[in-house]
Design a binder for this molecule. Structure first.
Ligand SMILES: Nc1ncnc2c1ncn2[C@@H]1O[C@H](COP(=O)(O)OP(=O)(O)OP(=O)(O)O)[C@@H](O)[C@H]1O
Ligand SMILES: CCCCCCCCCCCCC/C=C/[C@@H](O)[C@H](CO)NC(C)=O
Ligand SMILES: [Ca+2]
Length: 579
C-alpha cells in the first residue's frame, strides 16, 4: 500500500520517548516535530522544535551518517531523525547549517514503526519541492582542486540519506557541463548541481537557459523575443576560488550548508543580465560585468592559475601597481529611483519587499506563471524605456552587478544594497583618480565603509548599459576588431564558447602580460583598452550592451538553495533562485 493512501491521520502522533537517559514527550503535528524533556514529575523542561520541511531523513536504529554511514545493532525500538541544525557560526549574512541528529528510543517496536511511517508521510506531504534526482557536475580543477573529495565525503552521503539519487559527471574539459545540458537527455532530472566555482556555475546557467530556448524554438540572439522560463533548477556546492554566486545567495560558502538547502528544496531566483555585441548574444551574467580593474585582474590572474585562489590577490596587487585607467563612453538606462536605490542601505533578505514589488509590478499575474523573463523589449522599447544617460571619460573601473556580488574577499560585495531578483543591476563608475584614492576605494570593499562615498565614484541602479570606445580612438578600434576576430565563438559562429574565450584569455594574457605590466609600471605607454570580466570569464569584445533579464515569482532559473540570513533564515523566499 502507498504510504499516502494509509487511513491514518498523517499529521498527528504523540508519545513518550527516550533520548539517551532522558524522557521526552515527542509530538508530530502537521508541520513540526517537537520533543520536550520531562522531569521526574512530568513537568516540561526544554523543547526542541524542527519544521518537517527541515527534516533530512529518518532511519531505523541508531544511525550515523557523517563521516560515514553506520548502524548500531539490536536497535529495533529505536529510530534516528536527521534535520537541519543552524550553527552559531557563519558570517553576518548567513549561518552555517549542519546535520542535526537525534536518536529516539520507543517503548515498543510497533510504536517505532508507527513513528517511522508517520514521519515519512509528513515528509512527503510537506516537502513537495524537494528534488528526487539530480545531475551533478564536478569540476576537479576548480579552486583548490578539492571538488571530488568535497562531493564524495560531504555531499553524497547527505543526498543518499535524503533519498536523492544523483548521476555524477566529473568534467574532463571546460564547457563539458554546458554541452551536456544542451545536448543530452535530461528526462527525470529535477535539477543540475555544480561542484566548483562561479565558472562552472556559469556553464550550467548557459546550458539551462540555452536548452530551454532550443526546446521552445527560440533564438537567444533574437532581442525581440521573450525568453522561455527554465524548469531545471541549478544548485551550487561551493568548491571554487571566489564562489560569489553561492556567497551572495546563501551568505556563506560551505558545502554542507548548500547541500542541506538543496535537499530541502529551498529556491531563489536571480536576475540575469544578457551581454550582447552588435546583435549577437555574447554571454549571460549574474554577478559582475567589469571593465578596467576587474577585467585586468582576471586577465592577469589566468596566467597564475597554478596559485589557486591566491591568484586573485597577487593579480589585484599587480594591476593596482600598474595604475591604469581607460577611456570609454558609458550609456545607461536608469531604473525607477522611486522603488529603490543602490545607496538606500537595504540588504536583500527574506521576503525582500523591493524584489516582491518589482515582480508584482512587472508580472501582475505571476504566481504559477511559467515565463521567467520579462519581455525586456517592452521595457526597453522607445515609448517606455525612459532616457538614456551618457558619461564619457577615463575610468579606473566600470562594473555592472546584478546582485551584491559579495564573497569572502568582500563580505558586503561590490554593491551591498543590490537586489537578487528585482530586475535591475547596479552600475559602479570609478573615474580616474590618484593611486591613493583608488586604493581607498578598493580597501572599502573589504570593510563596512561606504565605497560609494568617494568623489570619483558614482553608482546608479540601471536596467541597461552600453559601453563603447570614444570616437577617434582608431588604434583601439583596430584592437577591438582583432579581439572580435580572435575570440570566443564556436563553429556555429553564434554561441559563445568558454574554451574559446579561455584560449583567447590565455593567449592575450601571455601576449599582453609582461609587455603591458612593464609598460604600466615603468614606461609611458600603457594599454589603451582593457577587457571585460563577465562572471570570471574574459569577453572577446570591448564594445558591448548589457540588459537585465528578469526573474519572476514562480520562475526558477537558477538555483542555489535559498539562503540563510538573520531574517527567517532565508533570502527572498518569495522568489526562486534554485533549490
Ligand atoms: N575538467 C576541466 N578542465 C579544465 N577546465 C574546466 C574543467 N571543468 C570546468 N572547467 C572550467 O574551469 C573554469 C574555472 O572553474 P571554476 O569556476 O569551477 O573554478 P575557479 O575559477 O577556481 O572558481 P571561481 O570561478 O569561483 O573563481 C571554468 O571556466 C570552467 O568552465
Ligand atoms: C590592491 C589589492 C586590491 C584588492 C581588491 C579587493 C577587492 C575584492 C573585491 C572582489 C569582488 C569580486 C566580485 C566577483 C566577481 C566574480 O563574478 C568573479 C568570478 O568568480 N570573480 C572575480 C575575482 O573576478
Ligand atoms: Ca538585481
Amino acid at each position: 500500500m502507498e504510504l499516502l493512501d494509509m487511513d491514518i491521520d498523517p499529521v498527528r502522533l504523540e508519545s513518550s520517548l527516550w533520548v539517551g537517559k532522558k524522557r521526552y514527550r515527542a509530538a508530530l503535528t502537521g508541520w513540526h516535530l517537537n520533543w520536550t524533556e520531562l522531569d521526574k514529575k512530568n513537568r516540561d523542561k526544554k523543547t526542541v522544535s524542527v519544521p518537517v520541511s527541515e527534516v533530512i531523513g529518518v532511519e531505523e536504529g541508531r544511525v550515523q551518517v557523517l563521516p560515514q554511514m553506520s548502524v548500531a545493532e539490536d536497535t529495533d525500538r529505536e529510530f534516528t531523525v536527521f534535520y537541519v541544525k543552524r550553527s552559531s557560526s557563519g558570517s553576518p549574512y548567513g549561518l552555517l547549517w549542519r546535520l542535526g541528529r537525534t536518536q529516539f528510543c520507543c517503548p515498543s517496536r510497533d510504536l517505532r514503526d508507527q513513528w517511522m511511517t508517520q514521519l515519512r508521510i509528513a515528509l512527503k506531504t510537506h516537502s513537495p519541492s524537494r528534488p528526487h534526482r539530480l545531475l551533478v557536475f564536478i569540476n576537479p580543477f576548480g579552486g583548490k582542486k578539492q571538488g571530488r573529495q568535497i562531493y564524495h565525503s560531504l555531499v553524497a552521503p547527505l543526498f543518499e540519506l535524503a533519498g536523492i539519487s544523483s548521476h555524477v559527471v566529473v568534467t574532463e574539459r571546460a564547457n563539458q557541463a554546458r554541452d551536456h545540458i544542451l545536448k543530452k537527455d535530461l528526462t527525470g532530472f529535477d535539477g543540475v548541481v555544480c561542484v566548483g566555482g562561479d565558472g562552472i556555475f556559469s556553464e550550467l546557467l548557459h546550458g539551462v537557459i540555452g536548452r530551454t530556448q532550443q526546446e521552445a524554438g527560440l533564438s537567444e540572439h533574437d532581442p525581440s523575443i521573450t525568453l522561455q522560463s527554465c524548469d531545471l533548477h541549478i544548485g551550487i556546492i561551493p568548491a571554487g576560488s571566489t564562489d560569489c554566486v553561492c556567497f551572495a545567495t546563501v551568505g556563506v560558502n560551505d558545502p554542507v550548508t548548500s547541500a542541506l538547502h538543496i535537499i530541502i528544496g529551498d529556491s531563489q531566483p536571480l536576475d540575469v543580465c544578457s551581454v550582447h555585441h552588435c546583435s549577437s548574444l555574447v554571454r549571460y551574467s549574474v554577478s559582475l560585468v567589469g571593465y578596467g580593474f576587474y577585467g585586468d585582474v582576471l586577465a592577469e590572474s589566468e596566467r597564475h592559475r597554478w596559485m589557486g585562489p591566491l591568484r586573485y590577490d597577487y593579480s589585484g596587487a599587480m594591476v593596482y601597481l600598474s595604475n591604469r585607467s581607460y577611456a570609454g563612453v558609458i550609456q545607461y538606462l536608469p531604473a525607477d529611483s522611486q522603488l529603490s536605490s543602490p545607496r538606500d542601505n537595504t540588504r536583500c533578505l527574506s521576503g525582500c519587499s523591493v524584489c516582491s514589488k518589482g515582480t508584482e509590478r512587472l508580472f501582475p499575474h505571476s504566481p504559477g506563471a511559467r515565463s521567467l523573463y520579462s519581455s525586456h523589449f517592452s521595457q526597453f522599447s522607445s515609448d517606455t524605456e525612459g532616457e538614456w544617460v551618457s558619461v564619457e571619460g577615463r575610468f579606473r573601473a566600470v562594473s555592472l552587478t546584478c546582485m551584491s556580488s559579495s564573497c569572502p574577499r568582500s563580505p558586503l560585495g561590490l554593491s551591498p544594497s543590490a537586489h537578487l531578483a528585482d530586475g535591475t543591476g547596479d552600475l559602479i563608475i570609478v573615474r580616474d583618480t590618484h593611486p591613493l584614492g583608488f586604493l581607498t576605494f578598493l580597501h572599502r570593499h573589504t570593510s563596512t565603509q561606504d565605497q560609494f562615498d568617494l568623489p570619483f565614484v558614482d553608482v546608479h541602479r540601471v536596467k541597461a548599459v552600453r559601453f563603447s570606445l570614444p570616437t577617434g580612438e582608431e588604434e583601439d578600434r583596430d584592437e577591438e576588431r582583432e579581439r572580435v576576430n580572435d575570440g570566443g565563438m564556436t563553429e556555429e559562429g553564434k554561441r559563445p564558447s568558454r574554451s574559446g574565450s579561455h584560449k583567447h584569455l590565455v593567449e592575450r594574457g601571455e601576449e599582453r602580460g609582461q609587455k603591458d605590466f612593464l609598460c604600466g609600471l615603468c614606461c609611458s605607454k600603457a594599454p589603451t583598452v582593457s577587457v571585460w570580466n563577465c562572471d570570471g570569464e574574459i569577453l572577446p569584445h570591448t564594445e558591448i550592451s548589457c540588459r537585465q533579464e528578469e526573474a519572476r515569482s514562480g520562475g526558477n532559473i537558477l538555483a542555489n538553495e535559498g539562503a540563510i540570513t538573520r531574517v527567517n533564515n532565508r533570502y527572498n523566499s518569495n522568489i526562486k533562485l534554485f533549490f
